[in-house]
Each structure stands twice: as structure tokens, then as C-alpha cells.
Write a protein that binds this ligand. Structure first.
Ligand code: HEM
Length: 386
């Protein structure tokens, strides 16, 4: 296995175009030990795919620390128990169920877009990308939009914690984590007393083959939704609008042919991969691409690299909205494949449709150097003008 020390944080230009970094990673070897981080990074498509599909050896249990006090459900639950949760959760996120949300989501997205369409310029991250998934989430939980800023602050307290040291970061994350549990517990208590038709009420009464979710299960699921459903969609929207603002031919095509937006979304999800990697821990000694890996190794499987691996794709560096059979790994794969992918795709499609209907032609504001976050690829300074 190749060993390297932790590099300096990549500069903004590299974070904006990580595909070159990914290529360097794949060329360096199948498994790269990052000694300072205590992690091993894997970037070749066939190895990433193997990791995702083999939870017995590459476990999700205890592989990430994001302020939780118990394992995240279902993200950190290994099979066979994991199946019980997905059986209960999947029907609530099936395409037919998600499609029923389209009119509501389109209604508030249209209002958000119309509020800025005549202004000639806006920070897209602040005005749209952050508000849309947060509003959807409040809706799912049955909470008022007046709590929107509170939710954004809580999410940022976990995902984008500002701290001078690792210890300070862990303390802040743990503190924010407790606040998130408290908010979700508040909703659980209200819905136990007065059930409605929101998601938490439905979870509390769900039963599959005699199995019911406990209050603690619902709390742990709510925690994952909070972190899995907000910044992922925000980062995807940021990456897509930044790409389209800088690639006129692609943008013009979307504006002229809205019917092809679903194809464009899949290709931009592949190319940009807004969630660049997922984390696992090995349960036994194993190997990947001929590299031995010891039991107990923390692995980062770089799905952004797998999605741009020349061994797995034709014309891998061409962003081709007509690409057929686009089997990107942006939503993961195998056991823990994203529960919210249909909802995410709906949110992305509605925003791209409504935005390009109202603002078909736009570009980055002069002098802007986009600041991509190094973890989930959101862009706080996405200033657009038209
Ligand atoms: C474009 C937006 C999104 C992206 C790119 C994304 C990406 C992912 C990825 C890569 C995984 C696999 C994690 C792993 O294997 O460790 C995952 C799992 C998950 N996602 Fe998403 N996600 C998105 C939106 C959402 C939304 C809107 C929800 C809201 C419900 C959601 C809920 C979940 C859950 C609950 C899991 C865990 C599934 C399991 O462990 O069985 N995601 N997501």
C-alpha cells in the first residue's frame, strides 16, 4: 500500500476541479494510507464499488462521528438488522410517494425564484440552494417555516463547524448534536399526543412484519435525515449552478430544452459528485486491488473518483448530457444506497426548471473565485449576475 502524509489543504482552484486530484489518487495506488488522518483512501471504481457492496467486511458501524450519541439509523447499522429499518423507511420515499410532494415544493420554489428574478444578481447559495432542502425538511417534519434559520444554524453547527482545534470541534459538534436531538424529540412528543399526516407521525405508527420503530429509533432516524437531507441537496444545487454559469452551451441547452433536465442532473451528479466520499471500517484483514488492509482500518471510499475513473467510463472528462446508462455512484450503492435519492432528484429538477424558466441566462459575478467546502461541496460565495 502507498503511504503519504497529510497534504496541505487543497487550494480553491483544486477544490473547484477535484477531478485532477482524483486522478492523482488513482494513479498513486489502489489504497493510499493517509497517516496523519489515520485513514486509508480508495479511489478506483472497482474497489469503491466492492466496498459499497460488501458491508460484512467494510462496516458502516462507528465509521463517522457527527455529534451522535448512538449509531445513526440506518446509516451505521449493518445487515441483517439494517434491512428491518429500510423495509419500514423505503415506502415513505418511494417514487410514487415523493411525486405527491411536487406541487407543494414547486409552489415555494417558484416564490423563492420570483423574489430574486428581477434583481439582476444574487447569492444563489443563500437565496435558493440552502433554503429549498431546509423548507422541504420542515415540511416533512410538520414544523413551521419560521424555524428555518434555527435549522440552518443547527445543520451548519455539525457540518461546517468553525473550531481552532480538534477537541474544540468535537465539543461544539457534540453540543449541537444534543440540540438536534432535542428538536426532534419535541416533534416526537407532539406527534405521539396528536398524530398528523407528517413523516414523524407515520414513522411512529409504521409496522412491518410485526416490527415497530421505537421512539429512540425515530429520534436516530430523524438525526440522519437532518444531516443527510439538507447539505447534500444544497451542495448539489451549488455545484450545478456553478457549472452551468461557467458553461454556456450546457446552460443554453437546459433553458431551451427543459425536458432534458433529468438527464443533465444525472450527468452533473456524476461529474461534480457533491458528496465526494463515504466512510467505512474493516471488520477483518482484507485486500483491495492487491493492497493488504488490516482489520480496524478506517477507509474513505472516494465516490467522486470512482465517478471519474477512466477505467469505468467512456470519455470520462466530457460532461455529456446525452450520456446513456449513467451508473454513477453519487447516491452510494448496495446496502446503504441513499434513501432520499428520489426526493433529492425531485428537488433538483424543480429548482433547475423554475430557475431557468425565470433566469435563463446568467454568469458568475466578476472577480469571484468560488470557495468550495472541502467536505460536502457547497459554495457559500456563489454570486450570480444576469
Ligand atoms: C443530492 C442529494 C443527496 C446525495 C448526493 C446523497 C448521497 C448519499 C450517499 C452517498 C449515501 C450513502 C452513504 C454511505 O454509503 O455511507 C446516502 C445515504 C443516505 N441518504 Fe442521501 N443523499 C442525498 C440526499 C438525501 C436526502 C434528501 C435524504 C432525505 C431523506 C437522504 C437520506 C439518506 C439516508 C437516510 C441515507 C442512509 C441510507 C442507509 O444507510 O440505508 N439523502 N446518501
Amino acid at each position: 500500500m502507498t503511504h503519504i502524509e497529510l497534504p496541505e489543504l487543497p487550494d480553491p482552484a483544486e477544490l473547484a476541479h477535484p477531478q485532477q486530484l482524483y486522478k492523482g489518487l488513482r494513479d498513486a495506488g489502489a489504497a493510499i494510507a493517509m497517516e496523519d488522518l489515520g485513514m486509508t483512501i480508495v479511489g478506483r471504481h472497482e474497489d469503491v464499488y466492492e466496498i459499497l457492496r460488501n458491508p460484512d467486511v467494510f462496516s458502516s458501524n462507528a465509521a463517522i462521528e457527527i455529534g451522535q450519541v448512538r449509531p445513526l439509523v440506518p446509516l451505521q447499522i449493518d445487515p441483517p438488522e439494517h434491512k428491518k429499518y429500510r423495509k419500514i423507511l423505503d415506502p415513505h420515499f418511494a417514487p410514487r410517494k415523493v411525486a405527491m410532494m411536487e406541487d407543494d415544493i414547486r409552489g415555494f420554489v417558484r416564490e423563492m425564484v420570483e423574489a430574486v428574478a428581477d434583481s439582476g444578481g444574487v447569492n444563489f447559495h443563500d437565496a435558493i440552494a440552502e433554503l429549498v432542502p431546509t423548507t422541504v425538511f420542515l415540511d416533512l417534519l410538520g414544523l413551521p417555516v419560521s424555524r428555518l434559520q434555527e435549522f440552518i444554524a443547527l445543520k451548519d453547527g455539525i457540518i461546517h463547524t468553525q473550531a481552532a482545534s480538534r477537541a474544540e470541534r468535537e465539543a461544539k459538534t457534540a453540543e449541537t448534536g444534543l440540540k438536534i436531538y432535542a428538536v426532534i424529540q419535541e416533534v416526537i412528543d407532539q406527534r405521539r399526543a396528536h398524530p398528523t399526516d407528517d413523516l414523524i407521525s407515520r414513522f411512529l405508527s409504521s409496522e412491518v412484519e410485526g416490527e415497530r420503530l421505537t421512539d429512540e429509533d425515530v429520534l436516530d432516524i430523524g438525526y440522519v435525515f437532518f444531516l443527510a437531507g439538507l447539505d447534500t441537496v444544497t451542495a448539489s444545487l451549488d455545484c450545478m449552478l456553478a457549472f452551468l454559469a461557467q458553461n454556456a452551451a450546457h446552460r443554453e441547452r437546459i433553458a431551451a430544452e427543459p425536458g432534458m433536465i433529468p438527464h443533465a442532473i444525472e450527468e452533473m451528479l456524476r461529474w461534480e459528485t457533491p458528496v465526494p466520499g463515504v466512510v467505512r471500517i474493516t471488520t477483518e484483514d482484507t485486500e483491495l486491488g492487491g493492497c493488504p488492509i488490516a482489520k480496524g482500518t478506517q477507509i474513505v471510499a472516494m465516490i467522486g473518483s470512482a465517478n471519474t475513473d477512466e477505467a469505468a467510463w467512456d470519455d470520462v472528462d466530457v460532461v455529456d448530457f446525452d450520456r446513456e446508462a449513467n451508473k454513477h455512484l453519487t447516491f452510494g450503492g448496495g446496502t446503504h444506497r441513499c434513501l432520499g435519492s428520489h426526493l433529492a432528484r425531485l428537488e433538483l429538477r424543480i429548482v433547475l426548471e423554475e430557475w431557468h424558466r425565470a433566469v435563463p441566462d446568467y454568469r458568475l459575478a466578476d472577480g469571484i473565485e468560488l470557495q468550495y467546502a472541502p467536505d460536502l461541496r457547497s459554495i457559500r460565495n456563489l454570486e450570480l449576475v444576469w
